[in-house]
Design a binder for this molecule. Structure first.
Ligand SMILES: [Zn+2]
Length: 521
């Protein structure tokens, strides 16, 4: 009996060894083929996008939607058999966006396109009607202080009235050179004059709304045009009691002209929101434990939070979905990675990389044993750039891993080695700052900066799913290759280049501490 058992065991060992050798020899290609086939033929990106972007929506730090998204991701991972957890890293002012209604009610009626800014104080279900005035052009802060009582009971327009709602590329295409040049010259002069108008108040863009509020204004009206058709950027309000609303360029221009012409327009504004006190903030971390080197880590990451002017579809819904889809695929075809594979969904990137900075501070055991991190955060486009971020040996391992990526995904990617270490652009920089190999999977732009980045048009329809599939396959293959690599990556820093303007050698960016409490007075 003992002899027989031993024979079985020995055969099992021999068989397992032969099988393992054979399967490893074949597996790189086979696994990569499976990853690519799953990414393109059995993609889960569309259902995930609908659940996250349509069902939950924008994910402002401290909002109930952000919490919902954190919980949704953990549940989704569990449904795929992947361990996931929400790790608290800080706390934030809890604010929940309600309805925004802004209507022109005099001299004619028109509903206006606009919304309150994030963290705008609530009108508590009430609609307030008042006359609109334009921030006056005064000589200095004394004159402004004397004028301030005139703001009482008024909605104050504090943005420049843009001379055109057509983006420059449209002028370029259809305008005469003379008229395009004239428009640009006039706009530059007007922009400078408006900058001076603000400066002459003695306040800044940040403190002026508060001064107007203190003087009794009933609301601040602005327009932060994003240089494309119909796009505005929607950031934070600075007022404490009265609403701050952003109007589309078109409707802001209408109000501005009516005011200038002496029509004394009136608007009514309802901008509801809810304060939820101080709420905890989280990073969502997913994990497939390593089988051979569980204490070495490969990370995929993307920030999970967004501004809340729209759905945060491309900033950074698409990065989020790319990494979720990548690890879903890995779990299916590479369930026992050599090294531990993590996905980091960071909170509060938009206020200064806070979730990833906190993670770097809280997890030296991961950061010090990081094989590589790949972050994606510039829209829906195909990845076309990877920089070595100033790591001397990145030129060895990144091309080695990329070499296994199928031609159609790999060929458009321009690599630069050693490259220069990224500063505050996105979360990979939190890792680079402490000398850990963090890299950015950088996308082609699909008019990202004007049309979707932080705008009221960052919505589901802007997603180019074929490109996101491409990126999910790339992220999965890079994670797979980084996990399998027999060598540990080097952290040697390259000699950084001399800046031709200053004549000084570039310096490695310093670690910046995470802001762990936000918006709390
Ligand atoms: Zn982003």
């Amino acid at each position: 009996m003992r002899k027989f058992t031993l024979f079985i065991r020995l055969s099992a060992v021999v068989f397992a060894t032969i099988f393992a050798t054979v399967s490893i020899a074949q597996s790189t290609e086979a696994i990569i083929d499976s990853i690519v086939a799953e990414a393109f033929n059995r993609s889960q990106l569309e259902p995930l996008a609908k659940e996250l972007l349509d069902g939950i929506g924008p994910r402002l730090v401290g909002s109930p939607n952000m919490q919902k998204a954190n919980d949704w991701a953990v549940e989704k991972y569990k449904s795929w058999g992947i361990n996931a957890r929400n790790e608290q890293w800080g706390e934030w002012r809890g604010w929940e966006r309600g309805v925004s209604h802004i209507d022109l009610v005099y001299p004619r009626v028109k509903s206006l396109e606009g919304m309150q800014l994030a963290w705008s104080p609530s009108t508590k279900g009430k609609t307030k009607t008042g006359e609109v005035i334009i921030l006056p052009n005064l000589t200095d802060s004394v004159a402004f202080a004397n004028w301030l009582p005139n703001a009482k009971g008024k909605y104050v327009l504090i943005s420049m009235n843009q001379p055109t709602g057509r983006p420059d590329y449209n002028w370029q295409e259809f305008g005469t050179k003379t008229s395009f040049d004239k428009m640009k010259t006039n706009r530059a002069a007007q922009t400078e004059a408006w900058r001076k108008r603000i400066a002459n108040t003695g306040y800044t863009n940040r403190t002026l709304p508060v001064a107007l509020e203190k003087a009794g204004a009933i609301g601040i009206v602005m327009s932060n045009w994003s240089s494309g058709f119909g796009v505005n950027k929607i950031f934070s309000a600075y007022t404490k009691k009265i609403p701050t609303v952003d109007l589309s360029l078109e409707d802001y221009g209408l109000l501005y002209r009516l005011t200038e012409e002496g029509a004394s327009p009136k608007i009514s504004v309802r901008a509801d929101s809810k304060e939820n006190g101080v709420v905890p903030t989280f990073n969502t971390i997913a994990e497939i434990k390593g089988s051979e080197k569980p204490n070495e880590y490969v990370m995929l990451s993307a920030h999970f939070d967004s501004w809340d002017g729209a759905a945060g579809a491309t900033d950074n819904g698409t990065g989020t979905l790319t990494m979720m889809e990548a690890i879903r695929i890995l779990k299916k075809y590479y369930p026992n990675p050599k090294r531990t594979i993590l996905v980091g969904h960071w909170g509060s990137e938009e206020q200064g990389l806070n979730g990833s900075r906190a993670f770097v501070e809280d997890h030296p055991e991961i950061v010090n044993n990081l094989q590589a991190l790949f972050n994606q955060d510039n829209g829906t486009g195909r990845v076309v750039n990877i920089s070595g971020q100033g790591f001397e040996k990145a030129k060895e391992f990144i091309p080695r891993w990329l070499s296994k990526v199928p031609d159609e995904i790999r060929k458009p990617i321009v690599t630069s080695f050693p490259g220069t270490p990224g500063g505050g652009g996105s979360d990979f920089a939190s890792f680079v700052a402490v000398g850990a190999p963090g890299f950015s999977l950088s996308s082609l732009n699909w008019s990202y900066f004007n049309y979707t980045w932080h705008t009221n048009r960052d919505t589901y329809d802007k997603i180019v799913f074929d490109d996101v599939k491409n990126n999910a396959a790339l992220a999965a293959i890079m994670a797979y290759m980084a996990s399998e690599d027999p060598e540990k990556t080097s952290r040697e820093k390259a000699v950084l280049p001399v800046n031709p303007q200053t004549g000084r050698t570039a310096v490695w960016p310093a670690q910046v501490k995470a802001t762990r409490k936000g918006g709390i007075d």
